[in-house]
Write a protein that binds this ligand. Structure first.
Ligand code: UDP
Ligand code: MG
Length: 311
């Protein structure tokens, strides 16, 4: 049975040979499975591209997609999914933070009926306190506001059954977070727990700002709460200041109560103005809903561009 392994690569020249040795070891012990290794070179600027090509020349199991520039890991992984032909597809990081020796466990769970097998990190050696705290906040926040739930500490080390990959390939959105989309798909899930090792060599490509950007954009992609908020604030303002203004108006000109009469012309004007701000905000909220709709529909740019490939 053919298993596809998808490895997004961005400047991992030292890790690629190490990774391949590990893969070979793993699959030697699994005679019932053949593997195809799809390296997706996500615009690496080091020697990674050349190393992959050299490997691919000597080994028919090694395939590659070379993207025309850096598109980001999420897109690179998607490109891999698009070209995978295995009965199951495994996505794995190249830096050996996802130990390949766990692949048999993923396969076992798949054989037992799971359609999505998710790697869960039980520790995070490479991450400091602040990174852990940020990741905690991110999951807490996104699971509160978004309508797709994300399992905390779930890694991008995953196995998907062919069925799931076919469905995954139907997604067209540009701003994507693979994990969230896979969760959205549903299917029968199981988990493999592992200790995340420190990255073997090279630097983590996700700087604080890149991560912040990813967090913000997946927040925006997964939820339109910020858009709706303006509308709700507007409705709230209309309600409070509308009724207050009405109360003052009646009190002043019809019932002549002392309380209402104590409001100066300026104060009444202020109430009227805030009421109108409420009207504007709620209109903004309404427009936002249309924008959200457009945002959902306008997705026609190609996801990635391939310069070279061997598939
Ligand atoms: N990666 C990629 N494109 C990018 C950044 C990263 O393909 O723009 C790959 C990288 O080569 C590695 C994986 O994504 O295989 C995870 O990257 P990294 O180790 O930097 O992320 P972290 O472990 O910090 O989540
Ligand atoms: Mg890493």
């Amino acid at each position: 049975m053919l298993i596809s392994i998808i490895i997004p690569i961005y400047n991992e020249e030292e890790n690629i040979p190490l990774l391949m040795t590990e893969f070979k070891k793993v699959f030697l012990a699994l005679p019932n499975y053949q593997a195809e290794f799809i390296f997706v070179d996500d615009g690496s600027t080091d020697n990674s591209g050349k190393i992959i090509k050299d490997l691919a020349e000597t080994d028919p199991a090694i395939k590659y997609l070379e993207l025309s520039r850096n598109f980001g890991k999420e897109i690179a992984t998607t490109a891999g999914f698009n070209f995978a032909t295995g009965e199951a597809v495994i996505m794995i990081d190249a830096d050996l933070q996802h130990p390949p020796r766990l692949i048999p466990e993923f396969l076992k769970k798949w054989e037992a009926g799971a359609e999505v097998v998710i790697g869960i990190k039980t520790s995070n050696k490479g991450h400091n306190f602040i990174q852990r705290f940020c990741s905690y906040l991110f999951y807490k926040f996104i699971n509160t506001v978004a309508n797709i739930k994300i399992v905390p500490h779930a890694a991008d080390f995953r196995l998907l059954d062919k069925k799931v990959v076919i469905e995954f390939n139907r997604f067209t959105e540009k701003t994507r977070m693979t994990r969230a989309l896979i969760n959205w798909l549903g299917f029968k899930r199981d988990f493999v727990y592992f200790d995340a090792e420190e990255r073997r060599s090279g630097k983590a490509k996700y700087s604080f700002f890149k991560l912040l950007h990813l967090a913000m954009s997946s927040f925006v992609a997964l939820s339109i709460l910020p858009l709706r908020l303006a509308g709700y604030l507007g409705l709230f303002t209309i309600f409070i200041f509308g009724s207050f203004g009405f109360y003052i108006f009646l009190g002043k000109y019809f019932f002549h109560t002392q309380f209402a009469s104590s409001f100066s012309g300026t104060a009444q004007l202020a109430i009227l103005l805030i009421f109108l701000v409420g009207v504007i905000l709620s209109c903004l909220g309404l427009i936002a809903l249309y924008i959200a709709n457009v945002h959902n529909e306008v997705t026609n740019r190609p996801l990635y561009v391939i310069r070279n490939k061997k598939i």
